[in-house]
Design a protein around this ligand. Structure first.
Ligand code: MLT
Length: 316
């Protein structure tokens, strides 16, 4: 009888999704609780499931001679060496839609906290002050500018309609309008937005896309929100733009290094930092686990894949 393909789970995924995987025609090795057990498990791995903790480098791939598939239980694949996977003919899949609603809700919550000045009011009230003065403004009538206009930004734009906010976007890969959001050059999005919201995938070419020059182009008092990848923002330049009073505040769910948080940013009253929590809701994690497991099971059964990031999708 042929041996069942070995699926190694390197990072924790939703428990029900793991059970679903275990019920499939494969042998599951769960190395998620003890990362030190991963190296030993890789020698037999046919498929590898990761979130973002495990860095799928070329040296990790070298430890997995039988590997055919890397499945990312999330959207971003910047923790996977795609050229190295391609060179080995290893397919890479992700769960592109699992976290869309959760990240969209987080982004809108952060816009409201910033524009309304709620974070300072919460802190002041907890510190014993009862300040009923005028604070902040409304999202209604303000312009939210997206840097990157993929699935998540489009979902945010759709949800911002009822808030009465205007939406504009820059995305070098989107050339024709897909909805009511106006597509503009990068500089114009920066110059016209009250809130600049970052949603690009991190690549070799867009590290520190939001740098001193970009902040200087933003409106005085505007806000920056980043729920994509920390390295898209130059944190030192952001700190300077906040120090000078040019920017009104920032909300960062992602950081250049996670953790620790740059102490100078953390100490600022007008910076909100959350622990890369965009996709960390029960619903998003359930979907990410199930979507990923279903894709792995399709691969195990030799069926066509639906979310290929790299490699060929046909049965093998
Ligand atoms: C993603 O890319 O899916 C999110 O950043 C969340 C995660 O890394 O798990």
């Amino acid at each position: 009888m042929a041996e069942l393909p070995c699926v190694v789970v390197a990072d924790p995924i939703d428990a029900a999704a793991l059970d679903r995987l275990r019920a499939g025609p494969c042998r599951v090795v769960d190395a998620s609780a003890d990362p030190r057990s991963l190296d030993g498990a890789l020698s037999d791995a046919w498929a590898l499931i990761v979130r973002s903790r495990t860095k799928v480098t070329s040296s990790l791939l070298a430890k997995a001679p039988k590997l055919s598939l890397v499945a990312r239980a999330g959207v971003g694949v910047d923790n996977i060496d795609l050229p190295a996977a391609r060179a080995r003919g290893i397919r890479v899949v992700n769960a592109p839609a699992a976290a869309t609603a959760s990240v969209a809700e987080l982004a809108i919550a952060l816009y409201l906290l910033l524009v309304r000045g709620l974070y300072t009011q919460i802190a002041a009230t907890k510190a014993g002050r009862w300040d009923r003065g005028t604070h902040g403004g409304e999202l209604s009538g303000r312009t939210v500018g997206f840097v990157g206009y993929g699935r998540i930004a489009r979902e945010i734009a759709r949800r911002l309609g009822p808030f009465g906010a205007r939406t504009i976007a820059y995305d070098p890969f989107v050339t024709a309008a897909v909805d009511a959001t106006e597509l503009l050059p990068f500089e114009e999005v920066l110059a016209r937005s009250d809130v600049v919201s970052v949603h690009a995938a991190l690549t070799e070419s867009n590290r520190h896309l939001l740098n001193a020059e970009a902040f200087a182009r933003m409106k005085r008092g505007a806000y920056l929100v980043n729920v994509a990848r920390g390295a898209l923002v130059d944190e030192a330049a952001l700190a300077s733009a906040l120090d000078s009073g040019h920017l009104g505040g920032a909300a960062l769910d992602v950081l250049e290094v996670e953790p620790p948080v740059t102490p100078t940013l953390l100490a600022r009253p007008n910076v909100i930092v959350t622990p890369h929590t965009g996709a960390s809701t029960a619903e998003a994690q359930r979907r990410a686990g199930v979507d990923t497991v279903d894709e792995v099971l399709r691969a195990v059964r030799g069926e066509p894949l639906t979310s290929l990031v790299a490699g060929e999708g046909g049965p093998r």
